[in-house]
Ligand binder design. Structure first.
Ligand code: NAD
Ligand code: TYD
Length: 337
């Protein structure tokens, strides 16, 4: 059996990847290490709860006593664990530094003593390039992160690279664009707007709504990671982008149309400070390895809307039953309107 460690596996992308990998690789034994912050949900393992090839360990990646033994026995580490929400980083960034930077350091240090390690995948983000008003970001471009989340991810990205350059470790770095799909925590724009609109509530669109994101279905992201685990060069960076550039206003209108809700639910609110105008990735390098996104954006968005419509039992306890989410929502949005 191939021993695979997935950090942050109870979150959105990590849980989708864990389920995808268990289906694709009958010889993988996956251990998920996750702290279960507000964003980590055991419900995300629905469907693989009794899978003997999957073990869940609750713990902090920044705690060496937990991280070291798990990393040392791994052949493949796929490192998703992070604080991930830009708006939370703007409120207070301490946890982003502790997890995204220091936590990554703890894993990398442990990986130096992992005798069977074949790949350490540092899951980074297109946000490390900063805002690109025109053109596309290539892997060799300068990093110009502009918010504390992006800066902490850029720190981890370069730290991972340095462990290849210094110690020759089999590290690769992936920089991925905005993901969407099932099980995304309803603080991010797509699930937030879908769940608000299901209830006929306003959707808070920042600024003029003409900021552009490049959307990638989480399944296509998992396929890209799977390919790179088997076929990549240590020390290299790989962009993973969906190629579906959509301004936020158009995205919002599409969501409302799918739910038969009027555009009047759109509430233009005070912008996010330092809001990056546009991200866009050049994915030539990954495409040369044979990867293409396969999920059509219109279909993927419709499926995602349908998932939230049929999984109220997943998101209502978060939005309605969790006081921490409600106070976050108030703090984040009350002053904006
Ligand atoms: P998420 O917020 O849904 O999940 C993060 C997971 O990490 C949660 O399960 C959480 O409990 C866990 N975690 C947080 N701190 C931890 C710690 N100290 N120790 C152990 N576990 C901890 O995030 P996501 O959207 O699934 O993102 C996964 C990765 O992909 C992140 O590294 C993120 O930066 C990157 N990424 C995400 C996107 C996106 O669109 N979602 C885009 C680019 C890059
Ligand atoms: P988000 O889902 O937070 O991802 P990221 O900041 O990593 O791109 O936001 C996506 C876009 O949607 C971004 O341009 C900010 C915008 N947005 C809103 O307009 N309103 C909201 O309530 C949120 C959460 C985001």
């Amino acid at each position: 059996m191939v021993n695979v460690l997935v950090t942050g596996g109870a979150g959105f992308i990590g849980s989708n990847f864990t389920k995808f990998a268990l289906t694709e690789h009958s010889d993988w034994q996956i251990t998920t290490l996750d702290k279960l912050t507000y964003a980590g949900r055991l419900e995300n393992f629905e469907g693989v709860k009794n899978e003997p090839r999957h073990t869940f360990v609750r713990g902090d990646i920044a705690d060496p006593t937990i991280a070291i033994p798990l990393v040392e026995q791994a052949e493949i580490v796929v490192h998703f664990a992070a604080e991930t929400h830009v708006d939370r980083a703007i409120m207070t960034a301490g946890d982003f530094i502790k997890t995204d930077v220091y936590g990554t350091f703890v894993l990398l240090e442990a990986a130096r003593n992992a005798p069977k390690l074949r790949r350490f995948i540092q899951v980074s983000t297109d946000e490390v390039y900063g805002s690109v008003e025109e053109g596309t970001s290539r892997e060799t471009d300068e990093l110009r992160p502009r918010n504390p989340y992006a800066a902490s991810k850029a720190g981890a990205d370069r730290l991972a690279y340095s462990f290849w350059a210094t110690y020759g470790m089999p590290v690769i770095i992936t920089r991925v664009s905005n993901n969407y799909g099932p099980n995304q925590f309803p603080e991010k724009v797509i699930p937030l707007f879908i769940t608000n609109a299901i209830d006929g509530c306003a959707v808070p669109l920042y600024g003029d709504g003409l900021h552009v994101r490049d959307w990638l279905h989480v399944r296509d992201h998992c396929r890209a990671l799977d390919l790179l685990i088997a076929n990549s060069e240590p020390g290299e960076v790989y962009n993973i982008g969906g190629g579906h550039e959509v301004p936020n206003l158009e995205l919002t209108q599409r969501i409302l149309r799918l739910l038969n809700q009027p555009d009047s639910l759109i509430q233009h609110v005070k912008d996010r400070p330092g809001h990056d105008r546009r991200y866009c990735l050049d994915t030539t390098k990954l495409r040369r390895l044979g990867w293409r996104p396969t999920v059509d954006f219109a279909e993927g968005l419709a499926d995602t809307v349908a998932w939230y419509q049929t999984h109220e039992s997943w998101w209502r306890p978060i939005k309605e039953g969790d006081p921490a989410f409600q106070s976050y929502y108030q703090e984040q949005y009350d002053h904006r309107s």
